[in-house]
Design a protein around this ligand. Sequence first.
Ligand code: FAD
Length: 465
Amino acid sequence: MAPGGPGRVVVLGAGLAGLSAADVLVSHGVRTVVVEKEAAPGGLAATCRVGGFHFDFGPHRFHTRNPAVLARVSALLGGDLLQVERLSRIRLLDRYFLYPLSLGDVLRRMPLRKGAAMMASYMARRGRRLFGGLPDDSFETWVVNRFGRCLYDIYFGPYTAKLWGIPPSSLSPDWASQRITVPSLTGLVRETLFPRGEKGARSLVSTFHYPRGGIGRISEAFAARVREGGGALMTSVEPLSISRGPGGFVVETTAGALEADGLISSIPVTRLAELAAPMLDERSREAAASLSYRSIVFVTLRLAKRPEPRDHWIYTPEDCYRFNRLSIPENFDPSVSESGGQVVFEFTCQEGDQIWNGGEALAAECVSGGERLGLFRTGEVMGHAVTRQAHAYPIYDRGYEVRSGILLEAFDALPGIVTCGRQGLFRYNNMDHSIEMGEYAALELLGIGTLRERFDWTRSTWADG
Ligand SMILES: Cc1cc2nc3c(=O)[nH]c(=O)nc-3n(C[C@H](O)[C@H](O)[C@H](O)COP(=O)(O)OP(=O)(O)OC[C@H]3O[C@@H](n4cnc5c(N)ncnc54)[C@H](O)[C@@H]3O)c2cc1C
């Protein structure tokens, strides 16, 4: 145990951030209890294995720019990481476009008149930007300023509206700047004059890592190491309240009270604010109430045959499909199905709405949608599974950064509590960042540095994710 550090810590949430934190705490000899509301660990990065199904919650590829995180994950899995060449495309106007979007590819595959209109609007925007252009004050203006109105109307606008359920003009430009790579004009000219063709297109397919057997193997291995190190993992247990107690905190849970000297939380920061409400002022509680998350319903179809496309995932921005993306688990690792194949469809929604409560009807939509996309024939569908994640994406509506900042600062000011991870920091980040944040949160509690100083927020997402 670190001198002066906490002897007993409660970690809320057993996703990658919570488990990574618990792993570090246990290795420092801290008595650690992880409290997880679901029956199994892993959070968004779990793998579902039930009744012949074997799939992740949407496409999950492991990639990191931090060699220390890669080394940690690789050691955890005994090196059992596949190196996979990525292929992902966008289905639009009954044809496929490369993803990440390449303007040269779009121009070559677009119907002629649409392509010409797109190019004209792109050039017009580039021209206007030389003289200042529109302010980047929303997702919509950010994209229109860089890609032109026409491509925005065909792809970015409809896809974003479907994903978030609010008009892109109400979304912060942060989401665009964190996730979209902007091609240079010279790159566009080069691509248009010297098309890469199908063979050249492979160069766009970057490689990524994938644990053999499913992305959930990372969290399962973390959980096993926490238990082996003497930590406890309580699943199907929920915290009910958090209060100051003798020497630290008392966390009331559905399985009884837990006393701790320190607390790490990776559950939604909005829920943490409810649990710890008496410790927060009115302004912070109001900030918490103004933040929300987007949910996803995943419909997985089991098929008699593996679908033909070799894509890892395909975006479906058009309104004729209510799902916004689909993925094919066997293209990440063929061993996940002994025979046949699966397709996982994603429907973004708000918890409790009509899509969230949909089951059979959504499955029927996936069967007809998948057939229309040419992935399979209805007769090849052998069954379906419906799974849900309530907190999939923190909603970056305009002004969210001020409101989330108020809340996070309030928790920063409370000694002994560290909030981290995608849900805990209201941050649209990737798996490697959650692993890193968990580690730094534990080190902060141990008095060996601070999460905010150590984590480089400016590189917290890879632009092409
Ligand atoms: C569809 C999709 C695709 C993605 N693809 C990629 C990808 O390709 N590559 C990549 O790197 N990242 C990807 N991500 C992001 C990645 O999944 C997350 O960044 C990462 O898994 C987050 O880990 P976390 O521990 O921070 O949060 P979470 O995984 O959300 O963990 C939080 C945990 O807290 C638990 N919890 C919540 N509320 C409570 C409560 N009240 N009490 C107790 N426990 C609670 C949850 O059940 C969960 O286990 C994707 C995300 C989604 C949604």
